[in-house]
Design a protein around this ligand. Structure first.
Ligand code: PEP
Length: 217
């Protein structure tokens, strides 16, 4: 199975100019690969180009209407994206997104023809499998799941390979990514036990990100 590498730039960089510069540094090396760049939505129209996959970092659960500030999956699709990250732990914790809202977003994203990348994972004091069971209830089999334990995101404290393997087995035949402090040193080992990686911090450093891409290809 081909490995999928998702770059989640989060709310970075701070300006369009910096986003264009970062993209310029990685562009040629990610063409025609299973790499998806997810910059802030406002930068997408300035970066989208042929032979590279793009995604948004979030979407709304309605197609259109009186929802000030929201961006629908249909809008995301219409500018040339194929993917959308849904339920990232920062959305769940900082913006209080519930599992029900996330399920609605997944439904609308699929309706729009986007591939949802749904983030799941527990905090330190929670039972991994109880939390995941609730997070994936009603989520269809064809959705990509990214296991990102909260304590591993942006901390340098990775989930152990045994833990990731255990979660993968629990999720059986689903397409399964790992995310959480992935870098060029550990990417190869995670790629051996997953279908790909969701990368935050390391995707903002062109040299580091391209090293990870080389590991996968
Ligand atoms: C993420 O943003 O989903 C993520 C995994 O971040 P980082 O790679 O920085 O831990």
């Amino acid at each position: 199975m081909k490995k999928l590498i998702i770059a989640n730039w989060k709310c970075n960089p701070a300006t369009l100019k910096e986003a264009q510069e970062l993209f310029h540094l990685i562009k040629e090396d990610i063409k025609n690969k299973d790499v998806v760049i997810c910059p802030p939505s406002i930068f997408l129209p300035f970066l989208i180009c042929d032979d590279i996959n793009f995604g948004a970092q979030n979407c709304f659960w309605e197609k259109s209407g009186a929802y000030t500030g929201e961006i629908s999956p249909q809008m995301i699709k219409s500018i040339g994206c194929e993917y959308v990250i849904i339920g990232h732990s920062e959305r769940r914790t900082i913006f209080n997104e519930s599992n029900d809202e996330i399920r609605s977003k997944i439904k609308q994203a699929k309706r729009a023809g986007l591939v949802p990348i749904v983030c799941i994972g527990e905090s330190k004091d929670q039972n991994t499998f109880e939390i995941i069971e609730e997070q994936i209830r009603g989520v269809e089999q064809d959705v990509i799941l990214a296991y990102e334990p909260l304590w591993a995101i942006g901390t340098g404290e990775n989930a152990s390979f045994d833990k990731v393997r255990e979660v993968r087995e629990f999720l059986k035949d689903r397409k399964f990514l790992y995310g959480g402090s992935v870098n060029s040193q550990n990417a190869k080992d995670y790629l051996e036990i997953t279908d790909g990686l969701l990368i935050g911090g390391a995707s903002l450093n062109a040299i580091e990100f391209l090293k990870i891409i080389k590991t996968a290809y």
